[in-house]
Design a protein around this ligand. Sequence first.
Ligand code: ADP
Length: 408
Amino acid sequence: MNVLVVNAGSSSLKYQLFDTNTDAVLARGLCDRIGIEGSKIKHKQLVKGVERALETPMADHSVAMKLVVEMLTDTEVGCIASMDEIEAVGHRVVHGGSYFSKSILLNDDVLAKLELCRDFAPLHTPAAITGIKACLAIMPTKPQVLVFDTAFHQTMAPEAYMYALPYSYYEKYGIRRYGFHGSSHRYVSAEMAKLLGKPVEETKIVTCHIGNGSSISAVKGGKVVDTSMGFTPLAGVEMGTRCGDIDPAIVTYIMEKENLSAAEINSIMNKKSGFLGVTEFSSDSRDIEDALIAGPSDPNYERCKLANDILVYQIKKYIGSYAAAMNGLDAVVFTAGIGENSTILRELVCENMEFLGIELDRDVNAKTLRQSDNVRISTESSKTAVYVIPTNEELVIARDTAALAANN
Ligand code: ADP
């Protein structure tokens, strides 16, 4: 089945056309600066390897969607003859609140519930709704499926998802842990479970999605028992620009000391913290690693080492606590930009973890970067397997969309 996967941001729209019979990506692209001056589309057709970039006004997401269809059906850079060959559309939605525990076919009721999730992710949900409406406008009869970043985490027990705040906030505002990157944790944990060669029900896996945004999950028997992100994607480990877990009292303390509004402190914790905040230099782990490799003579070395040490220490603590939560550990998976590429981070995380049965093969680890395959980076004798598994959130969306559309 030809499935168009759409990931709409406030001023962007990423897309991939999949043939779900073979999992092949036929084309992919990005519309950027939608509704802003200088809108452009970059499109790549992967069957023939041809591409096109075009700067053209895109007043809104509907105009962008029309352009996407034009590219997909273009005689030179297209891969389908007409829009009829798109059989279903899958949308990435960041926050489904407690309403959605799995992917779902769009209908009026679903759209109404999604509207209720706007407040949970004020930057993302309105953009997703705009993307969905843009597709409905030009492809009103195609099945549309929503795939949520929060859905895979809906299996958590109350003791894992509740905060010890007045209960009324949960009732009134839905304050609880939701978790994010669900499609990624689902994909890599399922791949890992297959590699373990035992029934899924018996597997205990920690998945470390470490990228610009990072989250770690404990997946027992194929179900999430805990995850590091919380009510929002700000919680958990240190990230590119997000602070991760901090003492909540720090928030009001700094607001008072620096005379900051709620919006200002929120912006500092989301955009000026993490690697960027600690190093006062860069949010990008490649810059941090370059400084680490350069050594103490590099002016940024001390802070970069600190930022990296914080992340490594926090990941170790999550792995240990999740092993406790699951009463055991079969495997640790590294994925996403940093997890798939940073040999240094993986080596440091796996150091001194023998008590959990982790024994890294340093040579294999050092060679494992920009890999498209799943690679075991632990030794043969390591009781706990450690793998690098490239994530594929779009494939999860395409497969769910095809399955739901086929039963429509
Ligand atoms: P996002 O959360 O935006 O999806 P990604 O998963 O793409 O982020 O991860 C982006 C991060 O991955 C950046 O910090 C980038 O520096 C890092 N990264 C990418 N390639 C490498 C590499 N070869 N070595 C270390 N870090 C890398």
